[in-house]
Design a binder for this molecule. Structure first.
Ligand code: APR
Length: 245
């Protein structure tokens, strides 16, 4: 489907973002040479087993990331802002699904962001399952604000081996999508990496916008390579230009 057809049809859009979209805001990706998994082992900090074995170590890892996210220097970049503009201007549904646990889409003005891997600025009680906003450090002795039990709080993020969040919502949006954009993700982690296939089955035109070819590059109808601040901004501007013709 051409951009003109997509704009004329006022098509439903589903967007999947990954760590690459936040790279130019100053947050590291995971699998690039300078990525997070180059300096720390997944098995030490991002699995339920790691949390059972050494919860302080896991808290330290996420506390450092939370502090970095809340630093004054970390702000949404033009790619986040472009997607927010698209959501506000597009006449049909624009569903924004992110693997990112940062809140840069929200800070750019996006609403109803679906965080399939959870959120760094939320904590969850492992006893009563209540989630709550959280901007401070977490530790092994803090009490839950709801049930009062101590030592039960964990970051509200999805670890390897756990089920991603909101999958029914995501599949429903994909089944109604006409355009699927995958932005700044390497395609290493499932089920996120398979969302393109569901969009294709629904008849959507699928586009990868990434710095380089992802693992699933061949699954997309179209690919545009370059930094997110450039390629996403240009693609959104082009979509909106076609819409106003
Ligand atoms: N603009 C666009 N893309 C970029 C940029 C940039 N400025 N910088 C890097 N990229 C691309 C990289 O080329 C890479 O393909 O972003 C991708 C980032 O890939 P990953 O580091 O694997 O991040 P992501 O795909 O989001 O990881 C998925 O893995 O460890 C888990 O839970 C974590 O949600 C994360 C999941």
């Amino acid at each position: 489907m051409s951009l003109i057809q997509i704009a004329e049809k006022a098509s439903n859009i589903v967007i999947l973002t990954g760590a690459g979209i936040s790279r130019e805001s100053g947050l590291h990706t995971f699998r690039d040479p300078d990525g997070i998994w180059a300096t720390v082992n997944i098995e030490d900090v991002a699995t339920p087993q790691a949390f059972r074995r050494d919860p302080e170590r896991v808290h330290d890892f996420y506390n450092a990331r939370r502090r970095q996210l809340l630093a004054d220097s970390i702000t949404p970049n033009p790619a986040h802002l472009a997607l927010s503009k698209l959501q506000q201007s597009w006449p049909a549904d624009v569903t924004l699904v992110t693997q990112n646990i940062d809140d840069l889409h929200e800070r750019a003005g996006s609403t109803n962001v679906i965080h399939m891997h959870g959120e760094l600025l939320k904590a969850r009680c492992t006893s009563c399952e209540q989630t709550t906003s959280w901007t401070d450090d977490l530790s092994t002795y803090l009490p839950c604000r709801y049930c009062g039990l101590c030592g039960v709080m964990r970051p509200d993020v999805v670890w390897f081996g756990e089920m991603p969040m909101h999958m029914e919502l995501i599949y429903t949006a994909l089944r109604q999508s006409d355009l699927f954009l995958s932005i700044g993700t390497s395609g290493n982690v499932y089920p996120a990496a398979a969302l393109v296939e569901i969009a294709r089955q629904a008849g959507a035109h699928t586009v990868e916008l990434n710095l380089e070819e992802s693992l699933g590059a061949s699954c997309f109808h179209e690919a545009i390579y370059g930094p997110a601040t450039k390629v996403v901004t240009e693609y959104v501007n082009e979509l909106l230009r076609r819409l106003s013709r």
